[in-house]
Design a protein around this ligand. Structure first.
Ligand code: CO
Ligand code: ZN
Length: 330
């Protein structure tokens, strides 16, 4: 699974520019599914036909990023946010733009930029080595999106990389599709790789409307409380995938939550319960579809979400595959 995660992390895919991630996923799963199509909005839908209720799994392909808002006469770029960026961690980072231009983010301040906390995005600029507006425009335009320069490092079972939110969720569903035994499937399965989650769970919203599943499960990341001097959150790396109870957007369906817990217990899969007050996932959109969908989520505990150095434990991802497999199969 490690190789798969690495490939996904290196794919360019800020919200609305998910094509590269989509191509990669298509290659990985085309032989595993009955139907593979893109909807009008850009979501990638994989269907494995089965008897019983319809189940929609969702993981988002997009990642947070930046977008060029202005190019000045000296070739410096001004940027806006795509999704919930943490500006403190943006200063001093390398950005890669669509098309390949790379730049360094710095902060406009006459005094001491290195002492400024959470600067306003208007104060940041990107230096792509251009000498004028004209030379900059050969590489980027107003509206060109960029991401943290991808890096991937694994130490034992811990991975450090940007965009694990939510490429790890994509990897889990890809792996699951490869491992599922069709004859044992309890559901008519739709695995949806969604677009534009980071700017308001948009892909999941339209996709679940089209599919109208009986049950929905999102696979995404969640925050943890296992680092020095951090807020008290009961979640930690390597204690198993988290079964969502609540986040800022939703309270999960009791039926799904208890179904997942039962399967985890029965099969000796470690798990933890997730209650957080920040953030939400595609599950929020699925739950509110039409007259309502029974919805839950399986989350991968992740440190430093939305920074260039998100940290996960690969065991949690592997156990998430196991848990979902046991939930879907008889
Ligand atoms: Co996110
Ligand atoms: Zn996410």
């Amino acid at each position: 699974m490690q190789k798969l995660v690495e490939k996904l992390v290196y794919a360019f895919g800020p919200s609305s520019r998910e094509e590269k991630v989509k191509e990669l996923i298509k290659k990985e799963i085309s032989k595993e599914v009955d139907e593979l199509y893109e909807d009008k909005f850009g979501n990638l839908v994989a269907h494995i036909k089965g008897k019983g209720e319809s189940l929609m799994l969702a993981a988002h392909m997009d990642q947070i990023g930046v977008i060029v808002t202005d190019i000045d006469k000296d070739g410096f770029l001004r940027i806006g946010e795509v999704g919930g960026l943490r500006k403190t961690f943006l200063v001093g980072q390398k950005i890669v733009f669509e098309g390949g231009a790379e730049g360094f983010v710095f902060y406009e301040d006459k005094e001491m930029p290195w002492e400024v906390k959470e600067p306003k995005i208007e104060k940041l600029y990107v230096d792509i080595g251009a000498t004028s507006r004209a030379t900059a425009k050969k590489l980027v335009q107003i509206g060109t999106e960029g991401i943290y320069k991808p890096t991937f490092y694994i130490n034992g079972t811990r991975i450090i990389a940007p965009a694990l939110d939510d490429r790890i969720g994509c990897a889990i569903i890809i792996q699951l599709l490869k491992e599922l035994k069709r004859k044992r499937m309890n559901y008519d399965l739709y695995a949806v790789f969604t677009v534009q989650e980071e700017i308001g769970v948009k892909g999941a919203k339209v996709s679940s409307y089209e599919i109208t599943p009986d049950i929905g499960i999102a696979v995404d990341v969640t925050s943890v409380g296992d680092t020095p001097e951090c807020p008290k959150v009961s979640l930690a790396l390597e204690k198993g995938p988290a079964i969502k109870v609540m986040d800022r957007g939703m309270i999960s369906s009791k039926k799904i939550r208890e179904g997942l817990i039962e399967k985890a217990k029965k099969n000796n899969i470690p798990y933890q319960l997730e209650v957080i007050t920040e953030g939400t996932t595609d599950a929020y959109a699925m739950q509110m579809t039409k007259s309502g969908v029974e919805t839950g989520a399986v989350s991968i505990p992740t440190r430093y979400i939305h920074t260039p150095g998100e940290v996960i434990d690969i065991n949690d991802a592997e156990n998430a595959v196991k848990l979902l497999k046991n939930f879907i199969e008889r």
